[in-house]
Design a protein. Sequence first.
Length: 347
Amino acid sequence: MKQSMPETSAPGGPQGPGASRQAAPRRILVLGAGGFIGQRVVRALAASDWALPVAATHRHAVELPRAIPTVRLDARDAGALGGALAGAAGVVNCITGDAPTILASARALFAACAGAGAPRIVHLSTMMVYGSAQGMVDERAPLLGDWDDYSAAKAQVETMARACPDVVHLRPGIVYGPGSALWSASIGRWLRAGRLGDLGAAGGGLCNLVHVDDVVAAVLSALRLPGIEGEAFNLSLPAAPTWNEYFRAYAAALGRPARPVSGGRLQRELRLYAPPLKLLQVAAGALRLAWRPPEPIRPWLLRLCRHGIGLDVRKAERVLGLHWRPLDEGLRETAAWFMAAARGGVR
């Protein structure tokens, strides 16, 4: 770990007493601002007294206050990205997508920020860079990236970033909370339908949950804290529940006890239900139908439910000063959002 410089040298500007009233807000470009985490980051930056966020998105409609500047760009286009970076004191990379998109956008970003005086980049990586690693891992663990194409791409991005002078990597686990399409919305629907529940031995892996607001707090701290160039930080509850414990706790917050789900039921989900449901999803999207079929449960999710990896998060607590949202509190908030969305017909 590099030694921290004085607070007055932070990328976000002076932080001493009264400094935030004297310094002009710093322009922070948020890539992937239309996504779940990106929108929360933009709102948090806008609520601060030191940042002026610029929300950059490609396809998503950004539901943000009109006062927040937005720019539509393809982050894989190095020229367009370079123009958007002009005058930026920091960049938050929240871009998601398939492996080629992740790699192409990162390559363009790092090329644009390779020179001296480049802005601080906070890159949203993932715990999946550790791939098939087992047991408790800290940030010094090898980046195996051998889980799937997504994990391989994310690991490769962290390697590519070494050419940049000022990148900080955040490696969150399972990011849940209001607005989480998969970990909160889809799982909520599967729990209510009895398609997920207590999986027995199939759900005994660790579920490294982290509330979205804790991830956002890490982003804001990483943008401003000096002396952490090139560092990485795991983000997760320090005492992660098992997947069975998560399913039971979330189901209880939704007012539905988690049902036992047998191995035979899981096999039917994967072998009988998932293929036709996936085809129906594709057809409904192609035909632009308002109706949507039930979501297939992905094989990789059940594989993850068995995975025995835990994240050591003491570095994030010590350096970034993070305090984790208690799971019961986060699940109550998430369940209230889910139920309100369900009553409004939101999928």
